[in-house]
Design a protein around this ligand. Structure first.
Ligand SMILES: CC(=O)N[C@H]1[C@@H](OP(=O)(O)O)O[C@H](CO)[C@@H](O)[C@@H]1O
Ligand SMILES: [Mg+2]
Length: 596
């Protein structure tokens, strides 16, 4: 596909194109040479404007892209802009560039590339992304760009054009990094950057996906799709369900002082049947992003966020992270403390799986038989080692296939895409449900048949519910806003209170700790991150400690987003889980012989 600068449309946030003159097709060899020379000098001159912050700083494309102190990322973001343009040229499609550091402190920032399907950039390109980010000087950076382009069969010089959608969260360093990203994109001749403004990470991924499907991509379209599919699901809830008044339409949401709260304020105007109160929205302007607030703070510490207290006792509450791709629910459990009943990603996943399984069963009951018969679907669930053991047991008891991948959405998403309906969630609340094209095609066909022969039947309603879920839940990446609406619709459908949901299964007590070490890359793991290979002897120490506890389970791994080693421990009592996590942290400390 070759695009000119005035193609593409979209009317997102910041708006406006930014690029250089594009496409000269069928260039002669001499014209080609001069185009390449022009490309070379443009790239070199631009790269000289973005020197590396200081020698010795290594950038790695971790769990979710590059992350570091936001003031140290100008060269990395410039170079990621160049890489995104190459990715767009290579795929012949629009790609995305999101500037965010998610749940990390406000001073941090980061950058990641979204592939044309809206998912994370292919892992095959990560080594090149790192090589480009760490090239020691502009000259070697340019040489790397040219040799990588050659390897990938990308023609530079403006013969084809690239298009990149840009998004950023609310961090103060975001604006300067946005300009660096635009400079990087502009340094590849014929590239166009389309600024979508301040958006949630899932919004940007959604926009990239939709752009490549040739459908409307504006923020308003996103809100309309979510609100309409939510309304459809709510209209399909059984009438007169016995709830004993336990369903409260009130929901209080912690926006982590970030972009998610602001977007929810906009979205909620389009929602009927919900009474949402947003706290800690960045527009309120009082608190600091992710500080004492947000899904990571709530899930890891199992405490209520700032601005929640005794007045909220027993109410249904939810929390987003800084870029609104994570969602957890909670309930204040005691008036005089900040302790909560946590409903994490595992329990959100379990609620969704239960609901979806029921819909598939209803769809395949006798009243819909004879109409192309049973709709066969391969349903699978994907978790990481951080999933609570009780959730995995519950999902298996539901009869679902459960797969485990390393930490990071890039792994979970890829695995979930292998199923007709693939559920994936990290315990921290990042996840979604993926539907295969083939399954959706058959489901739509079945729904059409039922509308003709058995309109209004339970099977017909189940088909409509499944179709509505596929429109509501973000197909590109985990999305706190769409996840929240699905939770609310499912609770309404079930007639469930928070209490019912909490009682779905009892979490095994667990504890997560962080250990600061000099060089986290010294920890090397295997077996989906559950076994340590290096430092030598550490795994034996972990096994030795774990054996002491009933239902003990423990693993450690280097974080891909923070400069730490993470410790996860699970056991039959909270004291035991705490003690296991502490003793293993001590072994790490000893192994590294440094301060924690
Ligand atoms: C234990 C944990 O919550 N890890 C998180 C965290 O990665 P780490 O590599 O563990 O820092 O951030 C990732 C990006 O948001 C998320 O995918 C992942 O689940
Ligand atoms: Mg996030």
């Amino acid at each position: 596909m070759t695009r000119g600068r005035d193609e593409g449309g979209g009317d997102g946030g910041g708006g406006g194109y930014y690029g250089t003159e594009s496409a000269v097709a069928y260039a002669s060899p001499t014209i080609m040479e001069s185009m390449m020379a022009e490309q070379h000098s443009l790239l070199l001159n631009s790269a000289c404007l973005f020197p590396l912050p200081h020698a010795g700083m290594i950038f790695s494309y971790g769990t979710a892209g590059f992350r570091a102190d936001g003031t140290k990322l100008l060269s990395t973001v410039f170079r990621a802009g160049v890489l995104a343009a190459l990715r767009s040229l290579r795929t012949g499609s629009t790609v995305g560039l999101m500037i965010t550091a998610s749940h990390n402190p406000i001073g941090d920032n980061g950058i990641k590339i979204a592939d044309p399907d809206g998912g994370m950039m292919t892992q095959d390109w990560e080594p090149s992304a790192e090589a480009l980010a760490n090239a020691p000087d502009p000259q070697s950076f340019v040489e790397l760009v040219f040799s990588f382009a050659k390897e990938e069969g990308i023609t530079l010089g403006g013969e084809r054009s690239a298009e990149i959608l840009l998004g950023r969260d609310t961090r103060p360093t975001g604006e300067a990094l946005l300009q660096a990203a635009k400079q990087g994109i502009k340094a590849i001749v014929g590239s166009v950057a389309l600024d979508m403004g301040v958006v949630t990470t899932p919004q940007l991924h959604w926009m990239v996906r939709r752009k490549n499907m040739g459908v409307r991509t504006s923020e308003n379209d996103y809100f309309m799709q979510l609100s309409e599919s939510f309304r459809c699901l709510m209209n399909l809830c059984p009438k007169g369900i016995e709830t004993n008044g336990s369903i409260d339409s009130r929901l209080i949401v912690d926006g982590a002082n970030g972009v998610g709260g602001d977007k929810l304020e906009q979205l909620k105007k389009l929602l009927l049947g919900l009474n949402i109160q947003v706290r800690n929205s960045s527009k309120h302007g009082q608190g600091i992003l992710n500080e004492g607030v947000g899904a990571d703070y709530v899930q890891k510490g199992r405490v209520s966020p700032c601005c929640f207290g005794p007045k909220d006792l027993g109410l249904r509450c939810a929390s987003f992270d800084g870029d609104a791709d994570r969602l957890v629910y909670f309930r204040i459990s005691e008036a005089n403390s900040n302790s909560i009943d946590l409903v994490d990603g595992d329990k959100i996943l379990s609620l969704f799986a239960l609901f979806m399984k029921e819909q598939l069963q209803i769809l395949n009951t006798s009243e819909s038989q004879g109409l192309n018969d049973v709709l066969i679907s391969r349903v699978g669930v994907v978790q990481t080692a951080y999933a609570n053991g009780a959730s995995t047991d519950y999902l298996k008891k539901l009869g679902l296939e459960v797969a485990v991948t390393p930490t990071g959405v890039k792994y979970l998403h890829k695995k979930a895409a292998e199923y007709d309906i693939g559920f994936y969630f990290e315990a921290n609340g990042h996840g979604t449900i993926l539907f295969s094209e083939d399954f959706l095609f058959k489901l739509q066909g079945k729904s059409n048949d039922l509308a003709f022969s058995n309109a209004g039947s339970e099977s017909h309603k189940a088909a409509l519910r499944l179709l509505a879920v596929s429109k509501l839940i973000n197909q590109a990446v985990g999305d706190a806003l769409s996840g929240l609406l699905l939770v609310e619709a499912v609770l309404q459908y079930m007639g469930w209170s928070m209490q019912n949901w909490i009682e779905l299964y009892d979490d095994l007590p667990s504890r997560q700790l962080k250990v600061k070490v000099a060089d986290r890359s010294a920890v090397i793991t295997t077996n989906t991150e559950t076994q340590v290979l290096q430092p030598f002897g550490l795994q034996d120490a972990i096994d030795f400690e774990t054996r002491k506890y009933h239902r003990g389970r423990c693993f450690v791994r280097p974080s891909g987003t923070e400069d730490i080693i993470r410790v996860y421990a699970e056991a039959s009592s909270q004291e035991a889980a705490d003690s296991l996590a502490r003793s293993v942290s001590h072994h790490i400390f000893v192994a590294f012989n440094c301060l924690s």
